[in-house]
Design a protein around this ligand. Sequence first.
Ligand code: HAM
Length: 421
Amino acid sequence: MESIHAIKGTIDTLPGEIERWHAIEMTVRKWTGLFGYSEIRTPVFEDTRLFERSIGEDSDIVGKEMYTFTDMGGRRITLRPEGTASVVRAFIEHSLDQRGLPQSLWYMGPMFRQERPQKGRQRQFHQFGVEVIGGKSELLDVEVMELFDRIACDLGITGREYAVNYLGGAESRERYRTILVEFLDAIESALCPDCQRRRRTNPLRVLDCKVPGCREAVHGSGNLPKIVEYLSRDDLASYGRIKDILGSNGIAFREDPFLVRGLDYYTGIVFEMHLKGLGAQSAVMGGGRYDALVGELGGPDLPAVGFACGMERLILAMENLGSASAGNGVDVFVVSSPEFTNAADAAYALAREVRLAGFSAAFDSQGKSVKAQMRAASRSGAKYVLFPCGTTDAFEVKDMAASDQKTMNMDAFLAMLKEKS
Ligand code: HAM
C-alpha cells in the first residue's frame, strides 16, 4: 500500500530534538514571568477578514501565502499566519482593557504560511511572541526587545544585534509616501508587476519586495529616499529616545533605514534580529509598534508594541552554536532480571517508586536479555541502573558515570538522588 507522508513544509519533531523545544518553552515561561507578562491562547483559525484588515491586502502574506478555505457554513476561514491580529481581536472581544492598561501578553504556537519550503522556512512553523497593548512609552518598545534578548541570551545565542528603523505615524508616513512615489515613478519600468501596482496602493510595500530585479532597481540606485529623513519632530524625538534607552541597557543595534517589515500595521519603531549561519532565512525575530491596529479592528484607540520569534529558526541557531544540550535522558533505568519470576513486575514497582519520588525512570517490559537492557539503559541516558535482587527489598545500583556498583534499599537510594540533584 502506498505510504502516507507528512505534508510538504511541515516537520515532525522527534525524541532527541524535542529537548531544545522544551528548553525554549521553559525559557520563554521564565522570562515572560519575570517581566510580568500573561499568557494568551487564541484559535489557530480565524475569520479571513481579520488578517486582510490587519496584515494588509498588499502584503505577500495576505496576497499569496494564506491557507484560506470556505467551511461548511460558507464562511471564509484562514489558518493564522501570525499571532498579532488574533491577540488584538481577542483583546477587543473580551474587553481586556477593562483589566487595566497596559496588558502585557505572550503567546506560543503554530502559524501557517504557504511559502516555498526551504531551510528555516516551513508552511507550518511556530512562533512565540508578545504584545503589549495600551502603553505608549518608549520604555515598552525597549522592554519587549530586552525580553527577547534575555530569552535568546539564556538559550546561548551569541552575536545578538537588532536592525532598527522607525516608520512613524500618519503625518510622517504621508510625507515620505509622496517622495517615495516620485522616486518609484522614475524607475517604474524596472519594477515587477506587483510593485507597479503597489506603487499606487501601498508604496512602502515596494521596499520589501523579494523579486531580485525589482529589489535591485529599488535598492541599488543609491537614491532611495530614507524614511527617517521625513519623520515629524515628535517621531524623531521618540526614535532618539528608544535608541538612547537601548544603548543604556546594553542592547546592540544597527540602524537599517530601509527596514519596513512584511506587515502593514507598523506605525513606529520596527526591528528584526538576523543571525549568521541561517542562510537566506536569517530573520529569527521581528516586531514593532502598531498604534492604530486596535482601533482599526474596532477596538478602543490604544497604542501597542510587540514581537514574534520563529522557533524553528531559533533552534537552527542553537544547533549552529552548539548551545542547550539535546536531552539529559532519564535519571534511572530498572533492569528486569530474567532469572527472577515476575521480573518485569518488580522492575515496574521500583520504577514507580522512583517516579513518585520525583525522578524520571524507565524499565524493561519486553523480557530482553540483560545485555540488551544495558544497551537500552545507555541509550536512555540513565545516570543509574538498578538490578532488583529477587525477594529482598535491596537492589544493586550501578552508577553509570563512576562505573561502580553497590547494594542499597529504596530509602537510601532516593536520599542519594535528592542529595545529588
Ligand atoms: P514576522 O516577521 O512575519 O512577524 O514573523 C516573525 C518571525 O517568524 C520571523 O522573524 C521568522 O523567524 C518566523 N517566520 C515567519 N515565517 C516563517 C516561515 N515560513 N517559516 C519559519 N519561520 C517563519 C510577525 O509575525 C509579527 N506578528 C511580529 C509582531 C508581533 N509584530 C508586532 N507584534
